[in-house]
Design a protein around this ligand. Structure first.
Ligand SMILES: C[S@@+](CC[C@H](N)C(=O)[O-])C[C@H]1O[C@@H](n2cnc3c(N)ncnc32)[C@H](O)[C@@H]1O
Length: 281
């Protein structure tokens, strides 16, 4: 008997959608480690299925993979906490790419909506066909038309993981303001790169192997996160999500993150809670 190998899929993506291959590759690299801090067999399966020169293009960096996994774990923790409170809630993943969070966190009852650019959604549909509680929308996240598709009956959590840095600052403010107005009582989990990092991408000096990290127009130092409140009066609270690690590094990390410049100039994950009624924090 011969075992049937799944069909290999070629990924031909534009510059920004290709960034989802980079994050996928990092998650899979971490998940392959015997001491992995992220359990993500679906990511490993996808990397094996994709006909893409991952290693030649992105290189191999266990540190990069671990840092990426720490960021992902912050998002997973927030989504899992939300599903504890709202088991039948809707998780809206803006710019979801080939994220496999559904397979890590789903509780068997929640609804999941992916919003991403058409070419990314096309690849996602081929590799990760949606189940009955999942929907994929090919749409620009900055055009808030997708909000009409969201089931609000059991609470809404929005995520923008690895997305906002590719938007212009005015688009980021408008997206936050729109979400705050359209999802009263909801929350948005987002991540940001610090200004020094975004400057390196814009000057073309952020290269790994054959890969040129695309320019990042929007950035935010961790110490500036309170300013996100000014995007809209309905942004009622702003909260930092601290990563945790493993072993000695894991124990020291929370302490290290309280000391400047790490406390203020590091990549960050932030939760914005929206007022129950727009305009009334
Ligand atoms: C760095 S990847 C992040 C993918 C995934 N969230 C993760 O963390 O692995 C950026 C994603 O944002 C998507 N994206 C970029 N601009 C977008 C926009 N205006 N609207 C929707 N998606 C967008 C890209 O197609 C890509 O899938």
């Amino acid at each position: 008997m011969t075992s049937q190998q799944p069909e290999q899929v070629k990924a031909e993506l534009g510059v920004i959608p290709e960034t989802a291959l980079w994050t996928l590759y990092q998650r899979a690299a971490e998940a392959r480690r015997p001491d992995a801090m992220l359990h993500d067999p679906k990511a490993v399966e996808l990397v094996d299925r994709l006909d893409h020169p991952f290693a030649e293009r992105f290189g191999t960096s266990p540190l990069q993979a671990r840092l990426q996994a720490m960021r992902v774990a912050c998002f997973d923790r927030e989504v899992a906490d939300f599903l504890e409170r709202e088991p039948r809630g809707t998780v809206v993943c803006l710019g979801e790419g080939l994220e496999t969070q559904f397979w890590r966190i789903d509780n068997g009852r929640a609804h999941w909506l992916t919003v991403d650019l058409p070419e990314s959604v096309e690849l996602r549909e081929r590799l990760l066909p949606p189940g009955p509680r999942q929907r994929y929308l090919a749409a620009d996240a900055t055009d808030l038309g997708w909000a009409e598709e969201v089931d609000r009956s059991h609470g809404v959590l929005l995520t923008a993981q690895g997305l906002l840095m590719y938007l212009r600052p005015a688009q980021v403010r408008a997206l936050i303001a729109g979400c705050a107005e359209l999802f009263p009582g909801g929350s948005l989990v987002l991540d940001a790169v610090p200004h020094w990092f975004a400057r390196l991408t814009r000057s073309g000096r952020m290269r790994t192997h054959g890969y040129q990290v695309p320019p990042m127009p929007w950035s935010m130092d961790a110490g500036e996160r309170a300013k996100l409140r000014s995007a809209d009066p309905a942004v009622a609270a702003v909260r930092d999500v601290r990563p945790s690690g493993r072993g000695l590094a894991g124990a020291l990390l929370p302490l290290a993150l309280t000391v400047p410049p790490l406390s203020t100039r590091r990549p960050s994950v932030t939760v914005l809670d929206f007022a129950e009624r727009p305009g009334r924090p």
